[in-house]
Ligand binder design. Structure first.
Ligand code: HAS
Length: 542
């Protein structure tokens, strides 16, 4: 990656890992409070810390890491950014950073204790919403730079499929840009005017629907960069080849089509939405599972082909041939393993009847700590091990590799305790997003206590793992020996089919995406606006 592009990417990674430090500490405080063993000092509220944790890790760490990784991937595979494109990237970086600082200050002042799902009726200070708006507008500048680079590459290489990492970046950003229109609408037309006192009320149903229109693709915005690493980087790291370029592109396209019109699966128990629309979106949710199953298939195929090429025998002999001592592989692999129960839990959540059992219980928290906080995050860590030294002109030494393996293993142990206990307590009815309480001595609440202790044990081990990770990051950025660390980009297997050009036909894919969204959302949104509760005026947004 060109040094100038590398600087832009590194700026993003620094913010991401500062966020990890702050958010990780907030996480530790939370599990300790929930175990009943700690009271927060100085009047700090549980929900304030919960908001710091969710916003800083779920929104800030992810967005900054993703953009840093994308800038590097595009620069590596489609060529160095032009000065103009890089300027757009820097404008994006500063908008996001200023916006993050504004939102963070408001949360710390307890003026924005609204959790990471900041829809109405919880209300924050207007500077919090303005900060988030800047973050989103910042990502639009990033997308603009990357779309321009992509267009430039296409012009210079007519009739050729775009480089896979660039293609995957573009598709992820299209999904993001379309999704952010929903959250931008609720922030600009509802939450901002309401927090400024320009209107007295907002239509909460609309606010929540617009948030979840964005909120579900948000989780795929986190996941797809991890898939970029799983499909393209990991095969090279293990010394093998990608199973199929076309399959990878197809799964990304399916994720673009089906990840947006499914937000109602977060609102299955909410009034105001006709069950028929909920049913439709549940069906679409089951369709969005397919590309993840394709990904699992492709990964198994890559691993098995590699093992067999090294002479592996028997049904699972290939497992032994994988490079278990290389943290660039093993740490993301732990993430892949976690995604099997994490994905299965997602299917439970999406199943309408079972959702009634788990909704708003701490089971859901267990689900997303396996998906985003393990599958995705450990993959980001696995990428950071080679990307940071690649960008800073240093190397990932054997000593750091050993430490990274310890980091991955401690994470796996901590998360098994924490997420396992969350799933179990959730099935016993323990609510999510609540501080410690014995609920007036209720027998059912007493059943949850051992699981809350297990969560605190797991959370403390995870915090230790975060400290190890931060130590590695500082080492790789500033102290590791100078050298040339490889940016691993996998090649496609020799017997794979040729990639058809239809994958780069954006009019087709964006067109189908738009139709699916209009189909799944138009009537229910009209319903929500028309059936606004009494007291709503005018357009019934308010
Ligand atoms: Fe989810 C709630 C449904 C995936 C994140 N989810 C959440 C929330 C978050 C979140 C943050 O339908 C809470 C939001 C809030 O605050 O309220 N989720 C799903 C479904 C999937 C899914 C169907 N979720 C994710 C991912 C996330 C994420 C990914 C983050 C990155 N989720 C839900 C639903 C709710 C929900 C409901 C609302 C619950 C409620 O009531 O509030 C699917 O995409 C999952 C598909 C995945 C698979 C797994 C494929 C496995 C792979 C690994 C292969 C491993 C290998 C290695 C090859 C089918 C690809 C093995 C090798 C060996 C040798 C063994």
């Amino acid at each position: 990656v060109d040094r100038r592009d590398g600087k832009l990417a590194m700026a993003h990674l620094y913010v991401a890992f500062i966020a990890l430090a702050i958010g990780g500490l907030a996480g530790l405080l939370q599990v300790l409070v929930r175990s009943g063993k700690l009271e927060l000092p100085a009047g700090i509220g549980y929900y304030q810390i919960l908001t710091v944790h969710g916003v800083v890790l779920g929104l800030v760490l992810t967005t900054f890491f993703i953009i840093g990784f994308m800038v590097s991937s595009v620069s590596k595979t489609a060529g160095t950014f032009t000065a103009r494109q890089r300027t757009l990237g820097w404008i994006g970086f500063w908008l996001k950073t200023i916006g993050t600082a504004m939102a963070a200050v408001m949360i710390l002042l307890n003026e924005a204790t609204v959790l990471f799902t900041f829809y109405a009726p919880l209300q924050a200070h207007f500077l919090f919403y303005l900060g988030l708006t800047l973050v989103i507008v910042g990502t639009w500048f990033d997308s603009a730079a990357i779309y321009m680079k992509y267009g430039q590459w296409k012009k210079a290489n007519p009739g050729q499929p775009s480089p896979l990492l660039t293609f995957m970046t573009v598709i992820t950003l299209i999904m993001w840009d379309v999704a952010t229109l929903g959250v931008a609408t609720t922030v600009l037309f509802q939450l901002l005017p309401w927090s400024l006192g320009l209107v007295d009320t907002v239509n909460i149903g609309v606010s929540r629907a617009l948030f979840w229109y964005f909120g579900h693709p948000l989780v795929y915005f986190w996941l797809l960069p991890a898939y970029m690493a799983w499909y393209v980087v990991i095969p090279k790291v293990i010394g093998g080849k990608m199973f199929s370029d076309s399959l990878a592109r197809m799964s990304f396209i399916l994720l673009l089509l089906f990840s947006i019109p499914v937000g109602f699966h977060h609102q299955l128990l909410e009034p105001g939405i006709d069950p028929a629309w909920k049913f439709l979106q549940v069906v679409l949710t089951f369709l969005v599972v397919i590309p993840s199953l394709m990904t699992a298939f492709s990964l198994f195929a890559t691993f098995e082909s590699f093992g067999r090429s090294k002479g592996a025998k028997g049904l699972f002999g290939w497992v032994k041939k994988l490079p278990w001592g290389d943290a660039r592989f093993t740490v993301p692999f732990i993430g892949m393993l976690a995604f099997i129960p994490g994905g299965a839990g997602g299917i439970v959540n999406a199943s309408h009847q079972m959702n009634q059992v788990v909704h708003n219980t701490i089971w859901v928290t267990g689900h997303f700590h396996l998906t985003v906080a393990t599958a995705v995050l450990l993959t980001y860590f696995g990428v950071a091990y080679w990307l940071i030294p690649h960008l800073t002109g240093r190397i990932f030494t054997k000593k750091m590799n050993k430490l990274a393996l310890i980091q991955g293993i401690t994470w796996a142990i901590g998360m098994t305790f924490m997420s396992g206990a969350m799933h179990a307590a959730g099935l016993l009815g323990a609510p999510r997003r609540s501080s410690f309480s014995d609920y007036g001595g209720a027998a059912q609440a007493a059943e949850w206590v051992p699981y809350q202790i297990a969560q605190a044990v797991g959370g403390s081990i995870l915090f230790l793992s975060i400290i190890i990770m931060l130590y590695i990051v500082v080492n790789l950025a500033f102290f590791a020996p100078k050298g040339d660390q490889e940016f691993p980009v996998g090649e496609v297997a020799d017997n794979a089919e040729k990639t058809p050009m239809v994958f780069d036909n954006w009019k087709l894919w964006v067109g189908i995406t738009a139709c699916l969204i209009l189909f799944a959302y138009t009537l229910p949104l009209i319903d929500l606006i028309q059936n606004a509760p009494p007291g709503a005026k005018g357009f019934k947004f308010w």
